[in-house]
Write a protein of this length. Structure first.
Length: 212
């Protein structure tokens, strides 16, 4: 796959505010006349959204770690084939709320499945497609869970299986995100998720404007 557009991903803990920041960036780029595809993982095309429901349904507590990682990559493969790849081939800017880095930190490290397993599945599902730029909206595990639970209480829904994991799991994920940012400083840019929304938006733009 030889992408021609620009592929930007947003990563971070649940409740980090990355989704809001991604929508704000999309609006800014659209107002500049750019064509934007917004997607989110797990999810995107309808088939991937069905996989999302299985993954996040709080009723599915028995989902095994192997099933979990395969389903995240199944959703990703569908998103890459049906939405992301074609949009990049058309020269568009693709913004994705999470991508393979999430599998690396949540399944590879959090679940202990290892980075080799993630690499093998990435080869099959993404066939070399990596983000050009990744914005990592940084909030720690405690703040993340407090925000996620507050949101779940305010708008009750059943997509809480990952939020229900123990705090130790979320701490491992947080550390893995920081290790990733340290390992790939050119691609993965950390922004302070505890700042005010407008300040975060300015920081995101100062990074992205150099790439678009
Ligand atoms: P979100 O839509 O609120 O970001 O929730 C998606 C959840 O799924 C979140 O807890 C992170 C988790 N996740 C993984 O564990 N692995 C993955 O590969 C992806 C994309 C998400």
């Amino acid at each position: 796959m030889k992408p021609r557009g620009i592929f930007i991903t947003f990563e971070g803990m649940d409740g980090s505010g990355k989704t809001t920041q991604m929508h704000r960036l999309a609006e800014r780029l659209r107002s500049m006349g750019r064509t934007i595809l917004e997607t989110a993982e797990p999810g995107g095309p309808p088939i991937a959204q069905k996989i999302r429901r299985i993954l996040l349904d709080s009723a599915n507590q028995e989902l095994s770690p192997a099933t979990e990682i395969l389903l995240y990559f199944a959703s990703r493969a569908q998103n890459v084939d049906q939405w992301i790849g074609p949009a990049l081939a058309r020269g568009e800017i693709v913004l994705s709320d999470r991508f393979t880095d999430s599998s690396l930190v949540y399944q590879g490290v959090g679940r202990g499945l290892g980075i080799d397993a993630v690499g093998e599945l990435e080869r099959i599902a993404c066939r070399g497609l990596k983000p050009d730029l990744t914005i990592l909206v940084d909030v720690d595990a405690e703040a993340s869970l407090a925000r996620a639970w507050a949101r779940n209480e305010a708008q009750p829904h059943c997509e809480t299986r990952m939020d229900d994991q123990a705090i130790e799991f979320h701490r491992k994920v947080y550390q893995a995100y920081h290790a990733l940012a340290a390992a790939e400083p050119e691609r993965v840019k950390l922004v302070n998720g505890r700042a005010a929304m407008d300040a975060i938006e300015r920081e995101v733009w100062s990074i992205v404007s150099a790439h678009v």
